[in-house]
Write a protein that binds this ligand. Structure first.
Ligand code: ADP
Ligand code: MG
Length: 216
């Protein structure tokens, strides 16, 4: 069996689809953030990815590492709030495991797993946060853990990502029952119970884009 490779085009397509996602789901993410935050999560992502949209035709010529670094920098520079710096750092560091590759090269699936883990590790570090605090990490952490465990256990690449997306969605669902200890929802205490965390919701949909764009 030949190795499963994610092409350079895959990584460009993911960014194009994230631009569409940020636009299409703006109202939904904002609605979630209106319940337990300040109602700007959808707007924040939309502002960030509109900036990315302005540059994608130029940036798509860069290596995966540099393309994602530019996406991250745009989110970091243009988006206020906590999600800008956190998602910004995720994308900025995402390509580091393949930093030696040329502008036409993609990644092996093992490298892709490392890229995801690198991105999630930087969110933890920047956010000084972990799972169980009602944040995007409740989606990301179980997703990347499942991704590695499934792939190392012999599950095929795309199926392992499907399982990761499922684990992320379960993590998202779990945020309903968590009292926030990070982010704005902290101030609500028990009143945040029953509500999904907006960042955990956007993280789940971002992971789904990474999954949907994978070749079979
Ligand atoms: P803000 O909270 O500044 O208005 P957003 O509304 O765009 O920014 O994003 C809110 C989301 O950011 C939260 O739902 C949560 O998932 C995430 N978040 C906030 N603080 C942290 C943190 N310290 N660690 C991880 N994620 C966080
Ligand atoms: Mg907000």
């Amino acid at each position: 069996m030949s190795e499963y490779i994610l092409s350079k085009e895959y990584f460009v397509q993911v960014i194009r689809d994230l631009i569409v996602l940020a636009e299409n789901r703006k109202d939904y993410f904002t609605e979630l953030d209106s319940a337990i935050g300040d109602g700007d999560h959808g707007m924040n992502l939309s502002i960030g990815f509109r900036e990315v949209d302005k540059h994608i035709e130029e940036w798509k010529e860069l290596s995966v590492k540099d393309l994602y670094k530019n996406v991250g920098t745009a989110l970091l520079d243009k988006v206020g709030g906590s999600s800008g710096p956190l998602y910004g750092s995720f994308f900025m560091k995402f390509g580091l495991p393949i930093k030696k590759k040329g502008s036409e090269e993609g990644a092996t699936f093992s490298e892709f797993i490392e890229m995801m883990e690198t991105g999630v590790a930087i969110i933890k570090k920047r956010g000084k946060s972990t799972t169980g605090e009602k944040t995007m990490l409740d989606t990301f952490v179980p997703a990347v853990e499942t991704l590695r465990a499934e792939y190392e256990g012999g599950t095929s690449a795309k199926e392992a990502m499907a399982k990761a997306v499922e684990a992320g969605k379960e993590g998202l669902e779990s945020t309903r029952n968590i009292v926030a200890t990070k982010g704005r929802a902290m101030r609500l205490g028990e009143r945040a119970i029953g509500h999904l965390d907006p960042g955990a919701a956007s993280a789940a949909e971002i992971l789904e884009v990474f999954y949907n764009d994978m070749p079979d």
